[in-house]
Design a binder for this molecule. Structure first.
Ligand code: PLP
Length: 232
């Protein structure tokens, strides 16, 4: 009856099957519903179904939605878009997670601006895994230094890594790319960042490959909410 309910059930089934096929516990893979450009009523419908984690890219839009949905307990807001310096305060005050840290300055501002009444902001460092000129994220070479500096900030809790690979239709290629992010996480753990437990990778088209390579959080928009209108 509700298309979004059906879609959520289908995406959850895909996650569970992909986890089982890789010999992983499906409970170790969380679904982040990417609700950018979707109205608050649609987020509420997904919440009614049982979805709790939502990802947003555009600050103003996200704040309006959050304001409209304060009556929903346990909802968790994740910021997954590029972060401009003048937006850090509002992000620090309003989100539970940030997946898109790629500069120390941004992390320092978020830590300084995180209200003391809130728990630490959960963060991931974004990695530009395919070294694309136009994509946000640090290179694998820059990653260890940034990760260690972010981990030392008082009001942030560094949880892991996030990446958006270059589009590629070949599942084997997708798995190999995601495995490079997993290897980078393992390497950081071995360098002393033992608290890292999150690989935010995989979207509508490649979540199976991401789970096969160790994803703990897949970020899915289109396959839950339908195609997005192109942003001008
Ligand atoms: C939009 C977006 C997604 C969701 O992508 P879909 O292909 O719609 O599933 C995931 N992650 C990030 C960072 C995004 O901006």
């Amino acid at each position: 009856m509700h298309k979004i309910d059906d879609n959520l059930a289908k995406v959850m089934a895909r996650i569970q099957q992909a986890a089982r096929e890789s010999g992983r516990d499906p409970a170790g893979v969380h679904l982040l519903a990417v609700s950018k450009t979707r109205p608050a009523a649609v987020v509420e419908q997904a919440w009614q179904w049982g979805q709790r984690r939502f990802g947003e890219n555009y600050l103003q839009e996200a704040l309006e939605k959050k304001q409209a949905l304060t009556h929903l307990p346990d909802i968790e807001w994740h910021f997954i878009g590029p972060i401009q310096s003048n937006k850090t305060r509002a992000i620090a005050e309003n989100f539970d997670w940030v997946h898109s840290i790629d500069r120390l300055k941004t992390a320092q501002r978020l830590s300084a601006q995180r209200p003391s009444t809130l728990p630490a902001l959960q963060v991931c460092v974004q990695v530009n895994i395919d070294d694309e000129a136009t994509k946000a994220g640090v290179s694998l070479t820059e990653l260890p230094a940034l990760a260690k500096q972010v981990a030392a900030l008082p009001n942030l809790h560094l949880r892991g890594l996030m990446s958006i690979p270059a589009p590629n239709d070949d599942p084997q290629h997708q798995r190999a790319t995601f495995a490079r992010l997993r290897d980078a996480l393992v390497s950081l753990q071995q360098q002393g960042l033992t608290q890292l437990d999150t690989l935010s990778m995989g979207m509508s088209g490649d979540l199976e490959a991401a789970i096969a390579s160790g994803a703990t959080m897949v970020r899915v928009g289109t396959d839950i909410f339908g195609a997005r209108a192109p942003k001008e």
